[in-house]
Design a protein around this ligand. Structure first.
Ligand code: ADP
Ligand code: MG
Ligand code: MG
Length: 896
């Protein structure tokens, strides 16, 4: 009776049956659950049992003590294995040996390494020698066990053992392990034991029970080691999950020429090609394949021929087992309906399956496998869509370094913006622009970047900064532009004056070639071979499927013709944010812009604005032409005016001269424009309120451009005029009237009529809360979540790098709120604004245009709140299309 209510800590597998199955990953860990599943499928799995993750949780909740009844259950589990194998644990004549393997829910490289051959001691090794008739094999296994156990459980350095082995090899004058005889291994074992005793002050544990519990304890302890903790934090794995322990009877791949061990993927994990892929080693134990002691052999004959390998493939060396293996592998893939990553061992011609799991794969392979499986009817199109991680597509959307090429790494920074590019070192934005104009490829190298460097960043093929984090100016702007960027490469010492940087004892001069790999954060010397991105083949197919299923529209943040073209090529359905200030920074315009800023009265400003008008108009004509009637949201001037003025003494002098002003007058004006806190200063629509003529000029430029398109017989665009940083209904009303007045004027002048929208960017908490007031005059809201995050938290994005890390370390922030939307706080404001805006104006159009518009988790939030579209950088458009489809599928699933 009592036994029924007891917690079950141990689940058996093997011998054609199992207590658990693949659905029990949470309790048994991935490895344990799949060992159980394979056993039930009737595949040859060496019998064993799994101690549950709950036991690990219990252990940590109770001062690192095992549950009372757990030991008895382990003994029962061991007894079952003894029965199935006909061997006994610790028996001198017929010893059972086991492996002890950790296995959490998610596979975790931070966890304890596996211990093989556990149960060997001075007596059982003799039993194993007699039983196998192979004394050499027995002592080879014993020395492996001592080394592994000492390293993994007793925490002794493995070098100690390698040195001892090297001494023996030197003494015997041999180079390979296989040349050692039984007697040689016996001597190695004796020396190993001596070394352990000297280090520990006690003998290597001879009692198999003590060995077993030592290993179990080490697996649980490894759950809390630094490596595992770090890995959990990186991958959002909660500490409460715990790890399982798998204890499994040993099978031996090191019992001669008909024994082997290997790993296999049912498809190629880097290309997705539907062909068995993997390697194996004859006469070896598990760890030998990865350790690189010998060069592994191919599994299939075809693969061997393609590699031009002389050693036989498994198909050729062990044809019968290979056939059996191939059948098992096919069975596993169709059973799990996904590509499998498999570990196996052959003991004297008999096959054993030791592990299977859904294999990790590159984005390219993920696409191919998902599309292939759907085409075969193994999975549905919806499942195919759910199989590909949207963020991983980033790997395919930028030129990347050919993995086959050699890398001369000179520095390591943060992988701030993916893709790779090669070019000449340039330390100055103007110089970058100048060289780009004569078709040179340049890499802009700076301590950090600022808005003044935008033109140089645009001109550069990639950006490298010594300072700044993942959300520094350089990182954010580079991601927006799709430029590869490595930020925060602190070891790079830039001496811009001397025209060089120093790193790791090497010096690189301006003009020298380097390559920046924004996907890995590496900086390489010289040029490296690249692979270009394309949205074709399986990628294109999956996108078509995704488009058919998503509800959210996807637009791009784009202002240059290049960005707009890229956006369309990647499937953008309009522009969600066209920032007009970038157009002001361009070299031929900045002087007119400065003239406008420096004007002492409205008349002077209007004169300067009249010079800017045709240039702005030309920009919009080009943009509208590219967008062919798709909606384009144009944000009117946003940054504080002083951002357009020069900062250095030298530049000020030059400006004074060209503007015909006295330097003192200019300096006074610059001082006047200075603000203590520009982010909260004279910017956004506040510029339009205090200098309406600026916004009037911009609205006129937009409508004249639209008219030009219409007059030329092309589909006129639907301009969406967006006013930034609005907080009050009255502000919106003023701006709406200004916009309508100019729009009507232009349309009347040209005798044309077409629809347009006037709206606002919601980026202040007050705007969100008073959304109903704004909606009286705003026909759309676009959530500017970069500023909305800054203003909601009261944290400046550019300064957050200094303390955000501490917040993440202490678990106060789980994710950087500038990368992934703070769904609770900022998200609540969006929800409130959407509700109140819709209550006031049911047909109001709602979108998001912050960095978050390209973040899958944030896109999912947008789907749930029912926004109409997301807008992101052109290079993230395919990611957003896929993420939007996944969210739509997820929402539909909930309704079912
Ligand atoms: P990891 O999680 O690092 O892959 P595993 O627990 O899978 O660690 O063990 C690594 C390797 O050790 C396996 O691939 C297999 O080759 C070998 N191994 C583990 N258990 C056994 C066993 N019972 N018999 C034979 N080899 C084993
Ligand atoms: Mg494994
Ligand atoms: Mg803003």
């Amino acid at each position: 009776m009592t036994s029924l209510t007891k917690t079950r800590w141990v689940y058996a597998f093997g011998g054609g049956a199992a207590d658990g199955d693949a659905s029990m990953k949470n309790l048994l860990g991935g490895k344990g659950a799949n060992l159980a599943e394979m056993s039930s499928l009737g595949l040859p799995v060496p019998p064993g049992f799994t101690i549950t993750t709950e036991c690990c949780t219990h252990y940590y909740a109770n001062e690192q003590r095992y549950p009372d009844d757990m030991k008895a259950q382990v003994e029962q589990g061991l007894a079952r294995v003894e029965e199935l194998t006909g061997k006994r644990f610790g028996d001198a004549v017929n010893p059972l040996l086991v492996s002890v393997r950790s296995g959490a829910r998610a596979s975790m490289p931070g966890m304890m390494d596996t211990v093989l051959n556990l149960g060997l001691n001075d007596q059982t090794v003799e039993g194993l020698a007699k039983l196998s008739g192979d004394r050499r094999f027995a002592f080879d296994s014993y020395r492996r066990f001592i080394q592994m156990y000492s390293n993994v459980v007793l925490d002794l350095d493995h070098h100690m053992f390698e040195e001892i082995l090297d001494e023996h090899k030197e003494r015997l004058d041999v180079t390979v392990d296989t040349a050692l005889t039984a007697e040689d291994w016996e001597k190695v074992v004796a020396d190993y034991k001596k070394a352990v005793a000297a280090e520990l002050g006690s003998d290597f544990p001879q009692d198999p029970q003590a060995q077993l519990w030592g290993a179990v304890g080490a697996v649980f302890a490894s759950w809390m080691n630094d490596r595992a903790k770090f890995y959990r934090r990186m991958h959002d794995i909660p500490e409460s999950w715990g790890t399982a322990v798998n204890i499994q009877s040993m099978v031996f791949g090191n019992m001669g020429e008909t024994s082997a061990t290997g790993v296999a993927f049912t498809r190629n994990p880097s290309t997705g090609e539907a062909r068995l892929y993997g390697e194996f080693l004859i006469n070896a134990q598990g760890e030998d394949v990865v350790a690189g002691i010998r060069t592994p052999q191919a599994l299939t004959r075809i693969a061997r021929e393609e590699m031009g390998d002389k050693q036989p493939s498994m198909e050729e060396a062990l044809p019968e087992v290979f056939e059996q293996f191939k059948a098992a592998v096919d069975r596993l893939e169709s059973h799990y309906r996904d590509m499998q990553d498999i570990e196996f061992t052959v003991e004297q011609g008999r096959l054993y399956m030791l592990q299977t799991r859904n294999g990790k794969r590159t984005a390219k392979a993920a696409l191919k496998i998902a599309v292939d499986l759907a085409a075969q009817g193994v999975i549905t199109q919806e499942e195919a869509i759910m199989r590909v991680e949207p963020a991983s597509l980033d790997q395919l959307l930028h030129p990347t370094i050919d993995p086959a090429s050699e890398r001369d790494v000179i520095a390591q920074g943060l992988p701030a913006s993916p893709g790779a590019a090669t070019g000449k070192i340039v330390f100055d934005a103007d110089e970058a622009e100048r060289l780009a104009a004569i078709h040179e490829s340049v890499i802009l190298v700076r301590d950090e970047t600022s808005p003044e460097d935008i033109h140089g960043m645009h001109a550069a093929k990639a950006i490298l900064t010594a300072r700044g984090g993942m959300t520094s100016h350089a990182a954010v702007v580079a991601r927006g532009m799709g430029r590869p960027c490595v930020s925060g490469a602190g070891e790079v010492q830039i001496h811009a004056k001397a025209g060089e940087f120093r790193v790791r004892g090497r010096t690189f001069k301006a003009g020298e070639i380097i390559t920046v790999d924004g996907s890995t954060g590496e900086v390489l010397a010289g040029a490296v071979k690249m692979i270009e991105p394309e949205l074709t083949g399986d990628f294109a197919t999956l996108m078509v499927w995704a488009d058919a299923l998503r509800r959210l529209k996807v637009r791009a943040n784009a202002e240059t013709p290049l960005d707009a073209r890229t956006a369309r090529q990647f499937g953008a359905e309009g522009i969600g944010l066209c920032r007009t200030e970038h157009m002001f920074f361009e070299e031929d315009r900045i002087s007119a812009v400065r003239e406008m800023i420096l004007a002492s009265d409205e008349k002077g400003r209007r004169t300067a604005l009249a010079k800017i008008l045709p240039m702005q108009r030309a920009d919009f004509v080009e943009l509208f032409t590219i967008m062919e009637g798709l909606p384009v949201t144009i944000r009117l001037l946003d940054p504080p005016l002083h951002e357009f003025l020069p900062h250095t003494e030298e530049d000020l002098k030059a400006l004074a001269q060209s503007a015909g002003l006295e330097l003192a007058v200019l300096e006074r004006r610059v001082k006047e424009l200075h603000e203590t806190n520009p982010m909260l200063g004279h910017r956004g629509c506040r510029l339009g309120v205090s200098y309406p003529e600026i916004y009037e000029m911009q609205v006129r430029a937009i409508f004249e451009a639209a008219c030009e398109i219409a007059e030329s017989g092309k589909t006129p665009p639907c301009p969406e005029i967006m006013h930034p940083l609005v907080a009050k209904g009255e502000e919106m009303k003023f701006l709406r009237q200004l916009t309508d007045r100019v729009a009507k004027q232009v349309l009347a002048e040209r005798k044309l009529d077409f629809p347009y929208l006037v709206g606002t960017m919601v980026e202040l908490p007050r705007a969100a809360i008073r959304a109903a007031d704004l909606a009286e005059n705003a026909e759309f809201f676009s959530f500017g979540t970069n500023d909305l995050t800054q203003t909601t938290f009261g944290i400046s994005r550019d300064d957050s790098g200094r303390f955000l890390a501490a917040y993440m370390d202490k678990g106060i922030f789980e994710k950087d709120p500038f990368v992934s939307l703070d769904q609770e706080g900022v998200g609540d404001l969006i929800r409130i604004a959407a509700e109140r805006g819709r209550a006031q104006r049911p047909e109001i159009k709602l979108g998001i245009c912050g960095e978050h518009g390209g973040d899958p988790a944030s896109i999912d939030f947008c789907e749930r709140v029912g926004l109409d579209y997301v807008s992101c950088s052109p290079y993230r458009v395919p990611i957003a299309r896929l993420a939007a489809a996944q969210s739509a599928i997820g929402e539909r699933e909930k309704d079912r």
